[in-house]
Design a protein. Structure first.
Length: 578
């Protein structure tokens, strides 16, 4: 199973013999590997089929296949070897966000996710857990990686995966992520499931684990001890950073239940229904600065603010996107375009902007004339699983990673397919300027740079962990991962000029937010905690921490060229040194 190029023949009762190739591979980890069969089906092949059969797991799969709930990604049927021996099973393909992504302020900001959406999602997650219990199953390990979320602006829906690890019948619990484990229980049962549900749904509302934050009696790494001691975020000595969302977003009855669960050891199902018809306003954030204010060595300058139309994304080419889809020039405030989606990639091109978006598996490339604001869809079509930009370069993921070349002939703009680099289409995740590929459990970073360069780099430090976010700069790449214990870490890679080696620094985080700006001149700015701005020059290793009470983890950093920008409370600001 270690050869990424090996083909595997699988016998399926519904479609006969199927050959699985490297391009079909999605991910490897835990008990086996997952491959894409079609647009709506995947197959899981166990790493040790003999153990799969010796533990009578095929019988368990048959029982689980009878579970029918719209939010449960249950097995559908067994998969067999050519010798007709069970080696895995097929299940629906789940194309959705990991729940940990929905925890972030960045997701709420870009996707228009709200407290009412969080309540609806939590209710459906409660319904899912109750469904399992009503069918004699214990979820055991419903951590934030085993929950996925479908969301397109309204009606969020959960999907629970890894169903084959549920405890049901004579098959007991296997393992649980420590960050959601009920350390006060010696068994896995309905109450331990509800405790796990409490942990992940509290993060959904607030953005932080209920036993995180700074406590004077515990180190940052003392998560397990704090869980055992009931030293939660509700303890009076805990200090939370300003990126944590206000607890008033949580329905009162549920908030009271969380307090009893995390502080006093209550173990029951959550109150239901949650409060309805009650609007709980978000506590107003303290206004940090006026239009322009110098504090210490920093100057905070408000650039753009539109009532009821918050800024949601900053582009390096010098534009900012509002929630309404309006695109504004950051430095003039002039409207550039409209009807732009937050998942679009945008670069500058001579007299305008190139906008790349993906819809229903197809990419669309448009040119927006800066003067007339006219938008022209360019005659370029391709099937794609994702899109990517770095500096002034655009890419799409098809059978490989292909660059889109933009050509200007006076006022005429055309696009063509440029060079294609190797990338497994189903096993490659695209982030901000960087990709991560799972090659049968071995992780590689695919990193574009300037001057037509692109590098494949083996990054064993990412093996066995789930990468949640990534961002690339010049010779510098940062990844956010969740470890097997449920901790969030930022991994900062600084590369040599030829990308033949790198230095690595690991930073522990309270929340799954990758909050940093990477400037073309090779300087990075990041915020790890309130009141401190870290300036880092990766090429020299130089670091400077600037203390300023106005620096907040609630500031979502970005850049336009070498200008450090941030979005806070829907307004766009520029951050400058005096």
């Amino acid at each position: 199973m270690s050869n990424a190029n090996a083909a595997i023949k699988v016998l399926l009762s519904s479609r006969g013999t199927v050959t699985l190739k490297s391009r079909d591979h999605i991910a490897t980890g835990g008990q086996g590997s997952i491959y894409r069969l079609s647009t709506d089906l995947v197959v899981k092949i166990y790493s040790d089929p003999k153990q799969f059969r010796s533990l009578a797991l095929p019988d368990k799969i048959k029982i689980l296949s009878k579970l029918h709930c719209p939010y449960v990604v249950a097995p559908l049927d067994l998969a067999y070897s050519e010798k007709k021996e069970p080696i895995g099973y097929i299940m629906p393909y789940a194309d959705a966000h990991p729940l940990s992504r929905v925890f972030t302020n960045d997701f709420w900001q870009r996707e228009g996710f709200s407290a009412s959406h969080a309540k609806e999602l939590a209710e459906k997650m409660r319904e899912t857990v109750a469904f399992a219990h009503n069918n004699g199953a214990i979820l055991v390990d419903p951590n934030e990686l085993n929950w996925l979320v479908k969301f397109k602006g309204s009606n969020p829906s959960p999907l629970i995966v890894d169903v084959d690890s549920w405890a049901i019948g004579r098959w007991g619990a296997i393992a649980v992520m420590p960050s959601i484990r009920d350390w006060h229980s010696k068994t896995f049962d309905e109450n331990s499931d509800w405790f796990s549900w409490a942990v992940v749904t509290f993060q959904l509302f607030s953005g932080i684990h209920p036993y995180k934050g700074t406590h004077p009696s515990y180190d940052r790494s003392d998560l397990e001890k704090r869980m055992k001691d009931n030293a939660s975020v509700f303890s009076k000595n805990v200090r939370l950073n300003r990126a944590v969302r206000n607890f008033s977003l949580i329905p009162n009855s549920l908030l009271n239940w969380y307090r009893e669960v995390f502080e006093r050891g209550l173990r029951t199902a959550p109150p239901f229904p949650f409060e309805t018809g009650v609007s709980v306003p978000k506590q107003a954030m303290t206004m940090r600065v006026k239009l322009s204010l110098a504090t210490g060595s920093l100057v905070f300058e408000k650039m753009i603010e539109r009532e009821n139309d918050p800024a949601v994304r900053i582009y390096e080419c010098g534009v900012v996107l509002l929630s309404s889809g309006i695109l504004l020039d950051i430095f003039t405030g002039r409207e550039v375009a409209s009807s732009i989606s937050p998942d679009a990639e945008i670069i500058r091109n001579n007299s305008g902007y190139i906008v790349l978006r993906k819809s229903s598996g197809q990419i669309e490339v448009s040119f927006v004339d800066e003067s007339s604001r006219q938008k022209e869809i360019l005659p370029f079509k391709a099937q794609a699983r994702g899109i990517l930009s770095f500096a002034d370069r655009l890419f799409y993921l098809g059978e490989g990673l292909t660059e889109i070349k933009v050509h200007s002939f006076g006022s005429k703009v055309i696009c063509s397919a440029g060079e294609t680099w190797s990338a497994l289409p189903n096993a490659t995740k695209l982030f901000s300027g960087v990709c991560v590929q799972d090659s049968m459990g071995s992780m590689f970073a695919i990193i574009p740079q300037e001057n037509k360069e692109l590098f494949h780099v083996r990054v064993p430090e990412l093996d066995g962990s789930s990468v949640l976010a990534g961002r690339a700069g010049r010779r510098f790449t940062s990844f956010l991962r969740v470890t097997k214990s449920g901790e969030y870490e930022r991994l900062d890679f600084t590369f040599r000029k030829d990308f033949s080696s790198y230095n690595l620094e690991v930073v522990s985080l309270d929340q799954p937010e990758l909050n940093l700006a990477m400037l073309p001149k090779g300087v990075n700015a990041s915020i790890i905690e309130d009141g401190k701005l870290l300036i880092h020059v990766p090429s020299t290793g130089e670091k400077v921490i600037i203390d300023d009470k106005n620096i907040s983890t609630g500031m979502s950093l970005g850049n336009a060229g070498d200008h450090v920008l941030y979005i806070e409370d829907g307004a766009l600001w520029r951050l400058k040194m005096k």
